[in-house]
Design a protein around this ligand. Structure first.
Ligand SMILES: C[S@@+](CC[C@H](N)C(=O)[O-])C[C@H]1O[C@@H](n2cnc3c(N)ncnc32)[C@H](O)[C@@H]1O
Length: 354
């Protein structure tokens, strides 16, 4: 069911009823004001400007230390004060077309075709739809490059010096996103490889698989690249850490640095049931990124493409303040119930995330 766009008190009582969260002023009390001030920005060295919602009419919900806004992240970020966010962990809409209204209608049953396809089943199991990036035309790819350059420049302004940015990507288009982000003033800091077996690639030649039984057209995907960027430092790493609380990544332990390969798994059905978003990332993985993103364990994490709120849930789980923005009413409403559920989700197989 699509949620009607509402603001203020109407949304306060309805969402509180759905989520079971208290409808106290803590939850929505500042919605009607012209300026909303995030209360729980932790102090890191020199004072950090508090993050404000800027548009009092933007629907917003709070869950623990997470604030989720319903709107377009570019509009929200334009009004966000400079130097106010300490890290970004996000999973943007890569094809840029897969989250348009038309494609979402096709995905959710109102139409045929589109970029969302159910991968072929080799073992009799039904697969979830995935966006097909091979359907993108040159114009879409050019648009994507411009989009990521704009995203990088927009983020660079609101980030504090030394803030890290983790951006989910995929092997077919990560080169475009990486060069666009690098052109926007952020420093390229490498790639975090999420080891995960997806249903992409590994396909046989169409209508000729018997003639060429030993051929794979594209490698079967076994890894998901996450691009890592950083806003340039102010001074040395130690200066930046003291002043802004950023510049490095949090170690796994004093003996073990954060590494650039993380073993993962596709999001399990038990987790998807808590947050049925088509691109849900698993908590076991997100918690490791969110933890690494704040080297001193202080600051605000941003996810401008929040989806079900999985990054915010990971931040809540770890006790960090976070801000999300989600453009779709469907997913904003989903996040209102998904964040507390995902935050409480137990990931027994991932030692660093529990
Ligand atoms: C790939 S999904 C993120 C899913 C998320 N990682 C999760 O685990 O739930 C991208 C999300 O960005 C949202 N989105 C797309 N364009 C946006 C924009 N300009 N501002 C805010 N959200 C946007 C889409 O509606 C979609 O839910």
């Amino acid at each position: 069911m699509m949620m009607e766009l509402k603001t203020g008190i109407e949304m306060q009582s309805e969402t509180a009823a759905r989520t079971g969260l208290s409808a106290s002023p803590d939850l929505f009390g500042e919605l009607a004001h012209d300026q909303h001030q995030l209360r729980s920005v932790p102090e890191v060295g020199a004072p950090v400007q508090p993050v404000e919602a800027h548009t009092g009419k933007t629907p917003m919900l709070c869950s623990g230390k997470a604030r989720l806004y319903h709107g377009d992240c570019f509009h929200w970020l334009e009004a966000c004060p400079a130097n106010s966010i300490h890290a970004v962990v996000t999973d943007p809409p890569y094809g840029l077309v897969e989250y348009t209204e038309a494609e979402q209608r096709k995905l959710h049953g109102g139409g045929k075709g589109g970029v969302w396809r159910v991968p072929p089943s080799y073992d009799g199991h039904k697969r979830s739809p995935l966006p097909r990036f091979t359907t993108l035309r040159q114009a879409d790819l050019d648009h994507m490059t411009q989009y990521f350059a704009h995203l990088g420049a927009t983020l660079a302004r609101v980030l504090v010096p030394g803030a890290h940015v983790f951006v989910a990507s995929n092997p077919l288009v990560c080169h475009l996103a990486a060069s666009a982000l690098a052109s926007s003033g952020l420093e390229n800091r490498g790639i975090i490889t999420r080891l995960v077996m997806t249903m992409r690639g590994g396909d046989r030649p169409k209508n000729a698989h018997e003639e060429f039984p030993d051929v794979t057209v594209m490698p079967r995907s076994m890894a998901e690249p996450w691009l890592l960027f950083r806003k340039p430092l102010e001074g040395r790493v130690q200066d930046n850490l003291r002043k802004w609380g950023t510049g490095g990544l949090r170690r796994i332990s004093q003996q073990r640095p954060f590494g650039d390969v993380i073993k993962s798994h596709p999001t399990r059905p038990s987790e998807k049931r808590l947050a049925p978003h088509p691109s849900l990332k698993p908590q076991a993985f997100l918690r490791q990124l969110v933890c690494a993103a704040l080297p001193l364990g202080k600051g605000v994490i941003l996810d401008p493409f929040a989806g079900s709120g999985a990054t915010l849930a990971a931040a809540n789980h770890l006790g960090h303040a976070s801000i999300g923005i989600e453009i779709s009413a469907r997913y904003f409403e989903l996040a209102s119930v998904a964040i507390p559920r995902l935050e409480a989700f137990k990931c027994p197989d991932t030692p660093n995330s529990a």
